[in-house]
Design a protein around this ligand. Structure first.
Ligand SMILES: *Cc1c(COP(=O)(O)O)cnc(C)c1O
Length: 419
């Protein structure tokens, strides 16, 4: 459920007309709904109410400060994958004791930064990383609290580019090696073993892979305890899918919670979750203007002013986004169209053969479910300025990020003195 709805044929975000925002800030822009974001956080939290988990929003899904701050106000922590994300999370008021640090390639500098901020947990993904972290912590006279991110070797049944929990994947420590590596970790200076973590992939629309992974991980926790490790945290990652159109019907958070509860019964750990997409995906839309409608021999191309640099998911993951008119014109003919961006890349295609009320040049379209992995993956390719990000709250709206200016676009450039 979200708060992007039509009133008299006009698309609104909560109580604000999308056309009103478009007039004020131009197109394209991302538009987020506070009510939707907060609702998703609360629904997830309430599904686990009796377990009181630490919910660490996966910042990479959308790291805009206004999004982070809205979630921080709800009590969210952060799952980060870089020092930059720690910086953004702290700037938004997320407490360091609610930050977990994931990722296969943490650098020494990033470890030092995270240690200096006293974050809650490092999810360590290899032996080399463990040794480097031990060294960094020991040198700084700090203790790094760690979980090993274990790869349970489960096929998550999602797109190959967002699968992380199979043995071929670069992520995590193979589950068969975990016991030995925990034994090693326990002896290292600067390291405190506190938990186990797992994250098997993203946009999972089936609960079975979660159930298998969690069962394997809980078994590991029991073995580790037998070996004398004090395991107090269990980080079950993110990955619960969301509907991008009518084709998908992912499980609700309550159903996911049932799987978790049954797998972790009696384990007595602080549970941690790292939802990203589930919280922000449906809380954002991308609004774009039709520049041209181009009829070629076989096809109708609707060329819009947003490109793959603004929303890369269709090009990168063959992702589907519902595309809807900002103003519904019942008299327009319904046509099969290709919706494409202006970027000079054949891959800059948002939808092929989509049935759509044929828009006119100048009309606005909205890409639904664009709140996650949209703005955070944007680039300036083709020297296109990063687009504005707007947040609606009831009948108010505000700019979270202004549209980059042309000067800002070249702001970091320097010419060497021989030019
Ligand atoms: C990307 C990621 C997440 C979030 O995944 P979603 O599918 O957005 O919920 C959580 N944990 C880790 C370690 C990740 O890399």
């Amino acid at each position: 459920m979200d708060h992007f709805t039509y009133k008299n044929s006009a698309l609104f975000a909560e109580e604000v007309a999308i056309t009103e925002i478009a007039k004020a800030v131009g197109t394209p822009f991302y538009c987020y709904s506070t009510a939707t974001l907060v609702r998703h956080f609360r629904v997830f939290k309430e599904a686990f109410a009796d377990l009181n988990p630490l919910i660490c929003y996966a910042v990479k899904a959308n790291s805009t400060l206004g999004i982070l701050k809205t979630l921080a106000n709800e009590g969210s922590g952060a799952d980060v994958v870089s020092a930059g994300e720690i910086h953004a999370s702290l700037a938004a008021g997320i407490m360091p004791e609610k930050i977990v640090f994931s990722g296969v390639g943490k650098t020494h500098d990033e470890m030092v930064y995270a240690l200096s901020k006293d974050i809650f947990q490092f999810n360590v993904e290899s032996e080399s990383e463990l040794l480097l972290l031990s060294d960094a912590a020991h040198t700084l006279n700090k203790i790094a609290s760690i979980a090993l991110r274990v790869n349970p070797d489960i096929a998550p049944d999602t797109h190959a580019k967002i699968s992380t929990g199979q043995k071929e994947s670069k992520f995590g420590v193979p589950i068969k090696d975990a016991i030995a590596l925990y034994a090693k970790a326990a002896k290292l200076p600067g390291i405190k073993v506190q938990g186990v973590s797992v994250h098997i992939g993203s946009q999972l629309t089936n609960l079975a892979p979660f159930a298998s992974a969690f069962t394997r991980i809980v078994k590991l926790v029991k073995e580790l305890r037998k070996n004398g490790h004090e395991i107090t945290t269990l980080d079950l990652g993110g990955g619960l899918g969301i509907p991008y159109g009518n084709q998908e019907a992912p499980p609700l958070p309550v159903a996911y919670a049932e799987i978790v509860k049954s797998a972790t019964k009696g384990i007595n750990c602080q549970l941690i979750f790292e939802p990203g997409r589930l919280l922000v995906g449906n809380a954002g839309i991308l609004v774009t203007k039709v520049i041209y409608v181009k009829h070629s021999d076989e096809r109708i191309f609707v060329i819009v002013d947003a490109g793959m640099n603004d929303l890369v998911r269709p090009a990168l993951y063959d992702a589907y986004h519902d595309i809807i008119p900002v103003h519904v014109n019942p008299d327009a003919p319904t046509e099969l169209v290709d919706i494409v961006g202006p970027v000079c890349e054949t891959g800059d295609i948002f939808a092929t053969g989509r049935l759509l009320k044929l828009p006119k040049e100048g009309d606005l379209l909205a890409f639904r479910t664009a709140g996650a992995y949209g703005a955070s993956m944007a680039s300036t390719y083709n020297a296109r300025p990063l687009i504005a990000e707007i947040m609606v709250n009831g009948s108010n709206y505000a700019t979270l990020r202004h549209r980059q200016t042309y000067d800002e676009l070249i702001h970091r450039d320097k010419l060497p003195d021989w030019l």
